[in-house]
Design a protein around this ligand. Structure first.
Ligand code: FPP
Length: 238
């Protein structure tokens, strides 16, 4: 049986389809999705998960209609304002990964405010992937390593796994143990490419706005049944 996952990552998918099913506009799905975020973050902290990483906005999401992008940004700011007290009550530290500099000023300000206010919390690290792309993360790492090689700070022969990790946005996060994706889609969509190398993948048909605490616990139960071999044989593990 697998141990408790230390790092759980979630691709929260299906807000738009949820809204469509209800005969509502897409933003209604995002609003409901934000409520799910609040419940799931609380439950993960209760379950003593050390790291929870949520895919909140990808580099590709800028290609959505401008109105939808604006709504998502506003929702992010209002959720951060609303959830801030709950984060503190549950001893959660807020963190982020992605190209934060290019986000709207209000999002950057609120993010930085909540990060600062929660910086001493030590129960769970909640990381929001914002304007995040896994390929971009690796490109940025290669660029900064190349720069250091050029300036004789790193010698090329010494480049190894830890050199790469140290230059990723996710440098302070452990590898992902469990990756959950909702809504029935079974793909990675450029999320945490390096850190999911040995992650257990869990796909559920439930749309993100309908995803409950019980659904999260079901994902954990499923994970506990997996045998994580990391390239070894079953016999070696025993
Ligand atoms: C995918 O649903 C979801 C997103 C692109 C954004 C995730 C955002 C939230 C859950 C709301 C707010 C977030 C936080 C952190 C407070 P989709 O729109 O791609 O759904 P579809 O595939 O059914 O169209």
């Amino acid at each position: 049986m697998s141990k408790k996952p230390k790092h759980v990552a979630i691709i929260m998918d299906g807000n738009g389809r949820w809204a469509k099913k209800q005969g509502k506009k897409r933003y209604a799905g995002h609003n409901r999705g934000a409520k799910t975020v609040s419940k799931i973050v609380e439950q993960a902290a209760k379950e003593k998960i050390k790291y929870l990483t949520l895919f909140a906005f990808s580099t590709e999401n800028w290609n959505r209609p401008k109105d939808e992008v604006n709504i998502l940004m506003k929702l992010l700011v209002s959720s951060l304002k609303k959830e801030f007290v709950k984060l503190t009550e549950n001893d959660i530290r807020l963190s982020s990964i992605g190209n934060i500099d290019s986000l709207p000023k209000l999002v950057k300000e609120e993010l930085s405010y909540v990060k600062n206010k929660t910086k001493n919390n030590s129960g769970m690290v909640l990381t929001l992937a914002l304007n995040y792309g896994g390929k971009e993360e690796i490109i940025d790492a290669v660029k900064s390593i190349s720069d250091k090689v050029k300036n004789n700070i790193i010698s090329p022969e010494k480049v190894d796994e830890s050199t790469i990790i140290d230059h990723l946005y996710t440098r302070n996060l452990p590898p992902v143990d469990l990756l959950i994706r909702t809504s029935g889609e079974e793909r990675i969509s450029n999320f945490l490419l390096w850190h999911i190398a040995y992650a257990e993948l869990y796909f559920t048909k439930t749309l993100w706005p309908d995803f409950t605490k019980e659904d999260l616990n079901e994902a954990f139960r499923n994970y506990y049944k997996r045998e994580r071999r990391f390239g070894k044989t079953s016999e070696q593990l025993n």
